[in-house]
Design a protein around this ligand. Structure first.
Ligand code: UD1
Ligand code: UDP
Length: 375
């Protein structure tokens, strides 16, 4: 009897980081015929991850364009994924998260009457403008999917509240935690090693920064950069900022922060060196979704430059704080973390609200049962 065919479709850095551990697990189990299709909505930042996890795609749609827009990405994915679905004819398409690739991948599968499994399902802010367009991408992907892998109880509750049948929702933890725990333990034990950071000054406290959200482009982003400039004036800190390749980020970040003392703008880092930096950080300032999940595993406080988050668990636990894009608030909370040891220690608790490192294994088992039942 032929093995059930699974096609994993993804296109950006965070989807790749969170699906590569699942690809490895599904291939290890040998119960499925596993194929990988990358849209390459990101090119360089995706290829970095594929190389790290040694995943070679079976199909590469190569759709990225400089200054691409949402409609263009969606149209190119739908158009180029459809022939792949026809050729590969999988029993199920697996998508992850909330990007345009996620939604377009699920929609293309729906048009071909192929079942969809959604990894990291059920995260919600309830506000279509925050994060934009990701909140709506997730909601629509939930409508299209048959199997929903919710990382947490709260995410599962959100899906139930939208009328999704409980037997189709599985709480698995987040596969991103599989990746971060594997890499951080391997760095700890010496099984993985990275080169020294030539600019690192161990006498100063390291603040790791990332920022790339669409809804913050323009004024919000400028306020963020002004806040970073003010924080970097302190002699006891050092800021490192791997700058996202989006031109809406790259150009203003370099214009406003380039050449400033105490601020190291670097290229996007490969995953292993980036996790090494997180381990060395005193705290993080970011608007990233994935980093909000990873930091609690490493016991690192996070100031999140967003008005709302679809990941409330670590905020409730007190290790992540929302600071929006208000310059005074960002500077104020960073100063508090640097000067108030009690506050700092309260935010450094190591905990894993988003997973325990076993999410991929659970998803593999559920897929096996589901596909056996529907064969
Ligand atoms: C996308 C996702 C966002 C996710 C983020 C992760 C959507 C709508 N947005 O946003 O949810 O959080 O990825 O990083 O799906 N570029 C390169 N090389 C790369 C990657 C990007 O040059 O390797 C540049 C290109 O000019 C591209 C632009 O960045 O046009 C924007 O990429 P896009 O995927 O549209 O948006 P992101 O802001 O990266
Ligand atoms: N990351 C990385 N290199 C970097 C910055 C981030 O590998 O220079 C990783 C980070 O550890 C996390 C993921 O990229 O796993 C987050 O991706 P991003 O911030 O682009 O997207 P989001 O999570 O906001 O969707």
């Amino acid at each position: 009897m032929s093995r059930p065919g699974l096609l994993l479709v993804f296109g950006t850095r965070p989807e790749a980081i969170k699906l590569c551990p699942l690809i490895q697990e599904l291939r290890r189990r040998e119960e499925f015929a596993v194929r990988v299709c990358v849209t390459a909505q990101h090119r360089a930042m995706l290829d970095q991850v594929l190389e790290t996890f040694q995943v070679v795609p079976d199909y590469d749609l190569d759709i990225m364009r400089p200054h691409q827009n949402l409609a263009g990405i969606t149209a190119r994915i739908l158009d180029s994924l459809d022939p792949v679905l026809c050729e590969c004819s999988p029993q199920m398409v697996i998508v992850q998260g909330d990007t345009t690739t996620t939604l377009a991948g699920a929609l293309a599968a729906f048009y071909r009457r192929i079942s969809v499994a959604h990894v990291e399902a059920g995260l919600r802010t309830g506000d279509p403008a925050h994060p934009f367009p990701e909140e709506m991408n997730r909601v629509l992907t939930s409508r299209l999917a048959q199997l929903h892998f919710a990382p947490t109880q709260a995410a599962a509750n959100n899906l139930r509240a939208e009328g999704i049948r409980p037997e189709h929702i599985h709480i698995t933890g987040n596969t991103g935690i599989d990746a971060v725990l594997y890499v951080s333990r391997a760095l700890e034990s010496g099984a993985l090693q990275v080169s020294e950071w030539p600019w690192l000054d161990t006498r100063r406290r390291l603040i790791v920064v990332t920022s790339h959200r669409r809804e913050n482009f323009g004024d919000g982003f400028r306020r963020e950069m002004n806040a970073l400039l003010r924080i970097a004036q302190r002699a006891d800190v050092q800021l490192v900022y791997p700058v996202h390749r989006n031109p809406n980020v790259f150009a203003p970040a370099n214009e406003l922060l380039g050449g400033r003392p105490n601020i190291h703008l670097v290229e996007p880092l490969s995953y292993v060196p980036f996790i090494d930096l997180l381990r060395r950080a005193y705290f993080l300032i970011t608007d990233s979704g994935g980093i909000q999940e990873e930091a609690p595993s490493l016991g690192k406080p996070v100031l999140v430059m967003r008005e709302k988050t679809e990941r409330p668990e670590a905020v409730e636990a007190g290790t992540v704080k929302l600071v929006g894009t208000d310059e005074e608030r960002i500077v104020g909370e960073a100063t508090r973390l640097l000067d108030d040891t009690g506050e700092y220690l309260r935010m450094t608790r190591v905990h894993n609200p988003y997973g325990d490192g076993e999410a991929s294994r659970r998803i593999g088992g559920i897929l096996q049962q589901y596909l056996a039942g529907s064969a």
